[in-house]
Write a protein that binds this ligand. Structure first.
Ligand code: ZN
Length: 276
């Protein structure tokens, strides 16, 4: 299977080509930026039709912004373009409004298009990149790159830890929490609304691991919910305190853990602070 090739990846340079770097984006907004990045792929005949891919990326952005904060965005879509994965990176000098959670403009945009035949892969890619992109020094290095080859060389430092079966569950808690909301809303929705929710849920499912989804679906079928928040150090699924170390790791993180007592996915409290 194609998966064999994927397991060879260890560095970002294995999937990012030097001519897939736009050193200075002309775009002034999100849509223009995505359009400009897709033009690179059009010029290299890697994609034929920009519109459906752009629509797909924008639909995904509407679901939840892919701006991870600190000036970085990772827009993505799962589209069959023939290859396994295609990445284009753009840098904006002035920054682009990407509806980032932290309200900051985005300076580095990493657009990822991956093949539908490799579900769950994105999650690992995302985790690998986020690990580097969360480092202040690394982000500064990208922003201070003086030309496209410097930018490319810095990006090439990103290393991936590839999926192993017994890996600790690392994923984006906000997505699985959202999926649970969707599944619960589906139960009381009419058929039109149900179809909408299913489409939205499928977008999320495409980004999550098969093993994680399998566990999620089993928990949902059995208990009606699969994800529990941690509040005041206790799992809100079983009200047993979680280990202190795990509790503080969950706090403020977007990773998913599993309750050692009830087996549900644990996420940090999802209560949105009131805007003042
Ligand atoms: Zn529990």
């Amino acid at each position: 299977m194609e998966r064999k090739n994927l397991l060879k990846w260890s560095h970002f340079s294995d999937i990012l080509k030097p001519n897939h770097v736009v050193f200075s984006l002309k775009a002034k907004d999100k849509l223009q930026a995505l359009d400009e990045l897709l033009d690179v792929l059009i010029a290299q005949k890697l994609i034929k039709n920009k519109k459906p891919i752009l629509t797909r990326i924008i639909d995904r952005e509407r679901l939840e912004t892919t701006a991870i904060g600190d000036g970085v965005a990772l827009p993505h879509a799962r589209v069959n373009t023939g290859g396994d994965i295609t990445v284009v990176v753009g840098k904006s000098e002035k920054g682009i409004d990407f509806d980032a959670v932290d309200g900051n403009k985005v300076y580095i945009i990493i657009l990822i298009i991956w093949n539908p035949s490799i579900p769950g892969l994105f999650n690992h890619l995302f985790a690998g990149m986020a690990k580097y992109l969360r480092k202040h020094d690394f982000r500064e290095k990208l922003r201070n790159a003086r030309n496209d080859s410097e930018l490319y060389n810095s990006l090439s430092e990103i290393e991936f830890h590839l999926p192993q079966l017994d890996d600790q569950v690392i994923s984006r808690a906000s997505l699985i929490w959202r999926l649970q909301e969707i599944e619960r809303n589906k139960k009381k929705a009419d058929s039109k609304k149900k179809a909408e929710l299913t489409t939205e849920g499928d977008y999320i499912r495409e980004e999550l691991d098969a093993a994680l989804l399998d566990r999620f679906d089993r928990l949902m079928a059995r208990y009606g919910f699969a994800v529990a928040e941690v509040e005041d150090g206790a799992c809100q699924g079983c009200f047993i305190n979680v280990a202190t170390g795990m509790s503080s790791a969950i706090e403020g993180s977007n990773d998913i853990y599993v309750c050692e007592n009830c087996g549900k996915f644990l996420v940090a409290s999802q209560k949105k602070p009131n805007k003042t």
